[in-house]
Design a protein. Sequence first.
Length: 230
Amino acid sequence: MSQDVTFVNGFPFIPYHQPVRSASEMAERANRFFEEMSARRSIRDFSADPVDRIVVLKCIETATTAPSGANKQPYTFCLVSDPHLKKQIREAAEKEEYESYTKRMSDEWLDDIRPLQTDWHKPFLETAPYLIVVFKKAFDFAGAAKKNNYYVTESVGLACGFLLAALHQVGLAALTHTPSPMNFLSSILQRPENERPFLLIPVGYAAADALVPDIKRKPLSELLVEYVEN
Ligand SMILES: Cc1cc2nc3c(=O)[nH]c(=O)nc-3n(C[C@H](O)[C@H](O)[C@H](O)COP(=O)(O)O)c2cc1C
């Protein structure tokens, strides 16, 4: 332990050193990060070009720095590059997606996703060099005892947000995919009973001829309510 440790009611605390930045540097960083993140898009046409595994692992490690309820980090990231497993996942996902697109989705839902022009075919699940399958853990095991996790969905969602941001800023493409129901991921990847599939994220490079829907994001004015002193 470093020398800077202070004990608060017997628990170790260390100083936090806030980076000091000028107002102009902060504004410049805010603008630069906004521009970077606004350029992120969900990609559905991947190239098969290989991706450096170490880079993907670092992005996953970045995801684990997200805040989580009681610091429990209630998730498991499965990194799949085995072509046999990718094929199995694609076949199972397409089976569910066929049912969803032809029977399970409401007319309103189908209308809402029409601009994306998606259907039940998911070739990217085999083309993308990596699939990151994120599982959320409602509880953990300490030996035979169950240990609770807290705000599990919020915590896993935040970690996935960090992951998507990290992948984007290193120059990789990803898709947030939810071929619902996703139970097939638990059996194919042989996950334990305390884990439930959360997101399936293909990762790689966008195909050279990839197209993305020309959809718009809402302006901040529609999404923000400010409360200031009169
Ligand atoms: C929770 C969640 C689930 C999603 N599921 C799917 C999906 O199953 N298939 C898909 O093609 N896109 C899926 N998307 C991607 C959205 O369609 C996409 O984020 C949205 O259209 C905005 O486009 P953009 O990511 O390019 O900005 C999902 C996104 C989120 C956040």
